[in-house]
Write a protein that binds this ligand. Sequence first.
Ligand code: ATP
Ligand code: MG
Length: 283
Amino acid sequence: MSHSAKSSELHRVNGPRRAQVLAVANQKGGVGKTATALHLAAGLARMGQAVTLIDLDPQGHIELCLQGALLGKQAQLSRALLSGDTALEALVEKTRLPNLQVVLADPELAALEPFLAGRIAKEFLLRRALEGLRQTQTLLVLDCPPSLGVLTANALAAADLVIVPCELNLLGLDGLADMVEAIEQTRDFLNRDLTLAGVLRTRVDARQMAVNAAMEKVLLRRYPQRVLPMAVPFCAEMSKAQMAGWPLFTTAPSSPAARAYEQLCLALLQSLGLESTAQVACA
Ligand SMILES: Nc1ncnc2c1ncn2[C@@H]1O[C@H](COP(=O)(O)OP(=O)(O)OP(=O)(O)O)[C@@H](O)[C@H]1O
Ligand SMILES: [Mg+2]
């Protein structure tokens, strides 16, 4: 894998007084959104930040991937968003990982779209529901479903920063334009504060050197200053960590993917003007 991609400077936000909201989004499926959201949340919590990870995907993969660490499993996010009178604080589950708590998805989230079809301001339900958590937490991380539907729109309308995981192949790059356009439209119409923190290269297969180099060239030409400097290598430890139900930081802390996510967390902390309180073994 080449790390030669020109880095984008992560957006600098001066001294946040409220929790920053980080969305991980890409309408393409299987590109590493959940892995990225989970390791961002777990990594930032490990660095001493108060983090809530919120699963907006009806597939409920956060619950699966964190089953070892979870202390409870209530999931009523769809009802909370629909009713508008349940603050998400009431749905928070603690975990065995210090500083990390989660709000789990429920399958009914999938049915939200038709229910909300005629509702004014349907893109702002999450933004309102997050208000309480913004007062008590430092970072809120949103895992989005693989679509540009109402749930992703809610995430983008509520977020300060969005990270777009992307695979280095033709189809991965093909979908990126739609995602970047959706972010720009969100900024124009729904959320002026939204910043693209960057495109994160994920599941990078080091053996595909020629393909990686060609795709990075295209990526950097199309999105100059938008490609994050670190890339997440494909590694076998990821599936094992998911099966165990813990983040890589617990099961394989020196794996290449764990180290890449650690670098991303440190870069984010720096860009947000926050400090790590933990000793991390980042290269
Ligand atoms: N760095 C990595 N190395 C190896 N496997 C990975 C890595 N990142 C993710 N995966 C695997 O790739 C698959 C897809 O990852 P993930 O679930 O994070 O993607 P996603 O974008 O959230 O998918 P969906 O769109 O279905 O929500 C999973 O099986 C996961 O274990
Ligand atoms: Mg996912």
